[in-house]
Design a protein around this ligand. Structure first.
Ligand code: FEO
Ligand code: CA
Ligand code: CA
Ligand code: CA
Length: 610
């Protein structure tokens, strides 16, 4: 690759058209291989996908819905092979209106026209769902592990791989850390409080230095319903996390553990970070409670120079917080998977920003307000109600922290603040300077100690800077700000990745604003150093209705894996199985759109971005 005179490495591709279409669009000179689509066989005994007659049994062996976080693990374990490996895929949620023939939200269009709230539409619509459809949704959540290989320059999934695995709501998991075994973690089917089946709403994630995957549990609240949550013993806890009687998913009507009247503690067993070993299909996933319970977007790691391991995680909700976990013990590469105990003994911190910097506030039982006076009897209570503990410490309410990721090259931490339409002008502060913030911004955290590996990610104080303000600079009073050489704009930064040169790659999720903004969701590359700092370039477009998730480079940077999530989804539910707004990627009559994982390579075989 070519270095510029100032030593930086400029992006060398041309952008595709910046407009919404039915298909993906790539920078010229690149190719895309579709690796796995919803319904493709993952396990050897999975039947062929038949969208007209889908069943839970079939779905349990097939690629799940709404692919999100991607993590590439070279084969063999410990190598840096960039042409053969395992790909872990999160399946965040399901879109029943696009999955099931005849599934229509009851009068959804009419209700939307009448201006009813989304909650009312959801409550009316869920009655239309059958128990089998709920069971299919349960099997379409969680994760897939697939083996992928590059042959003659093209990527493909290896069929009938011995590594292949589906993780679903039936997968047994262990609960570890300070909240494991606590009274509030016990249920009718698990009197130990240490065992749970499956994970929920796995959005982004992370990798550990010892080579395992972390799956973050994000919007878990929408899966528990019924009962009278406003008057239950856990009412305050439910309220802070948005658990309510009329859940988005009607699973509670057919499966007792999602019914709040029958299993009031079940929601306490979600909202954590889950770890498993992708190289061992028999490995039992573990929920590590020491990292706190909130709507984790992801959990990304950095080995500090003193050997302690640091994990960053955002709580993706308007006005929620940014967190950091620091292990008590030190990482030892000779000890392999035994290092996972580092995730069970450490300190969780929440961020409080001021004009000069940020302070990490420890969430430790017995310290400050985290005492019996505020109904905390143990560290388990602090972790189960992480949000309330952070409220009491005076953490800074942020504009929806999505991916938070340390850059191994420069040692700084990048925070995608996706948007916050509800921040009022009188609520702005130095670090969230726009109200309303319809397009989000990217924050750079600067630990003391030096660049790269020298940065001290255990320090109490960091500095910070706003890297860019998203939005369209051509719009009056947009407040948008990029590098001076930028030739594009974007909205709602969500996930991110770094190429081997340390440049930032941002994926976007505009949600129902996509049509209004009139630009596609996709991948945008951003320079971080030198005179081009903050310059943004458009690289890849999702099809209509989709958001972009999961960017992940191979170790050599020649392949970029991305997840195209919910193609054809529409904010008003007008796009359905029968009449989707796009049929990507198959474009076949009768075949619905399918969330899919894509591998992008350069036709000259060079590193993505140059
Ligand atoms: Fe699932 Fe925060 O996006
Ligand atoms: Ca997502
Ligand atoms: Ca996300
Ligand atoms: Ca998102």
């Amino acid at each position: 690759f070519a270095l510029a005179a100032d030593g930086s490495r400029p992006l060398d591709f041309q952008s595709p058209p910046h407009k919404i279409t039915d298909d993906i669009q790539l920078a010229p000179g690149h190719s895309a291989d579709i690796l796995a689509r919803w319904g493709d066989a993952v396990l050897a005994d999975a039947p062929e996908f038949d969208p007209q007659n889908q069943s839970a049994a079939a779905q349990a062996g097939q690629f799940g819905y709404n692919c999100d976080y991607l993590a590439y693990f070279p084969l063999p374990r410990g190598s840096d092979n960039s042409g053969h490996g395992l790909l872990h895929v999160n399946h965040e949620y399901t879109s029943p209106e696009l999955m099931f023939p005849g599934w229509t939200r009851v009068d959804a269009g009419q209700q939307a026209e009448k201006g009813k709230e989304a909650d009312a539409i959801e409550a009316a619509s869920v009655d239309a769902q059958t128990p089998e459809q709920s069971a299919i949704e349960m099997m379409a959540h969680n994760g897939s592990i697939i083996e992928v290989v590059k042959e003659n320059g093209r990527w493909k999934m290896v069929p009938e791989s011995s590594y292949a695995r589906r993780i679903t709501l039936d997968t047994e998991m262990r609960i570890a850390g300070p909240a494991a075994g606590h009274e509030r973690m016990k249920t009718g089917y698990d009197p130990t409080g240490e065992k749970v089946f499956g994970t929920i709403n796995n959005c982004a994630g992370g990798k550990t230095p010892w080579g395992t995957v972390l799956m973050a549990e994000e919007n878990f609240h929408g899966y528990f319903g019924g009962g009278d949550p406003d008057n239950a013993p856990e009412a305050r806890n439910y309220k802070r996390y948005g658990v309510k009687a009329n859940a988005r998913y009607p699973w509670w009507k057919s499966v007792d553990r999602f019914n709040l009247a029958k299993e009031p503690n079940e929601p306490n067993r979600y909202g954590w970070v889950v770890e498993y070993d992708p190289y061992d299909p028999q490995s039992v996933p573990v929920k590590h409670t020491a990292l706190g319970r909130f709507k984790h977007e992801g959990a990304t790691s950095f080995v500090n120079k003193d050997g302690r391991v640091v994990f960053y995680s955002g709580d993706d909700e308007r006005f929620d917080y940014l967190y950091r976990y620091v292990s008590a013990g030190k990482f030892d590469p000779a000890h392999g998977l035994e290092n996972r105990s580092l995730l069970d003994d450490g300190t969780l911190y929440v961020a409080r920003f001021d004009e000069e910097g940020l302070t990490w506030l420890p969430l430790v039982f017995g310290q400050g307000p985290l005492t019996a006076e505020n109904d905390f009897q143990s560290q388990a209570d602090v972790l189960i109600e992480t949000r309330r503990a952070a409220d009491l410490l005076g953490a800074t309410p942020m504009d929806r922290p999505e991916d938070v990721e340390p850059n191994p090259v420069n040692g700084r931490v990048y925070v995608m603040l996706t948007n916050n339409s509800r921040r009022k002008p009188e609520q702005v502060d130095a670090v969230n300077p726009r109200g309303p913030n319809r397009h989000g911004h990217v924050l750079e955290l600067i630990p003391p100690g030096g660049e790269g590996a020298e940065a001290d990610h255990t320090a109490e104080r960091y500095q910070w800077e706003i890297l860019l303000m998203a939005g369209n600079p051509a719009e009056a009073d947009s407040g948008a700000r990029y590098g001076e050489g930028s030739d594009t704009w974007f909205s709602s930064p969500d996930n991110c990745a770094f190429d081997p040169a340390g440049r930032l790659w941002i994926s976007t999720d505009q949600g129902s604003s996509q049509a209004k903004n009139d630009i596609p969701d996709g991948m945008y590359a951003c320079e971080l150093e030198g005179p081009r700092r903050g310059d943004v370039k458009f690289f890849f477009a999702c099809p209509r209705g989709a958001e972009m998730c999961g960017p992940e480079f191979t170790p050599d940077g020649t392949t970029l894996f991305v997840a195209v999530q919910h193609p054809a989804e529409s904010g008003d539910m007008s796009s359905t199985f029968e009449t989707p707004s796009t049929r990507w990627p198959d474009f076949a009559e009768g075949m619905p759109p399918r969330p899919s994982v894509v591998a992008i390579t350069r036709d000259d075989g060079g590193p993505i971005g140059g």
